[in-house]
Design a protein around this ligand. Sequence first.
Ligand code: AMP
Length: 114
Amino acid sequence: MKIKETIFSKIIKHEIKADIIYQDKLVTAFHNINPKAKYHILIVTNKIIPTVNCVTNSDELMLGRLFTVAAKISKELGISKNGYRLIVNCNADAGQEIFHIHMHLLGGNLLKDI
Ligand code: AMP
């Protein structure tokens, strides 16, 4: 299957502007353009994997990095103690819009109806 470029892969390569707050060899994190909370960060795998249905064992290190980076960013934002929500959408029923695996980190206020 030919993997298509995504808006996120262009952000990762700095071809499209975004407010990037973290990047390493495996993942990139930036502010959501349409935030649903005070802080709404997207943590994206640098490799294009369209959905969770496509992950394989060889992706485990990279997928684990989504969590370690979420923990690091939440501490830096000062929201780790009060709490935050992590979401990964898969396909239409979950409302996935960008077919490039990413974790939403939402926090900074009480998350009720998000
Ligand atoms: P999902 O529904 O899980 O695929 O989430 C995609 C998210 O990407 C949405 O919350 C969008 O607001 C966000 N998004 C789309 N384009 C951009 C962009 N250029 N920069 C930052 N966030 C974006």
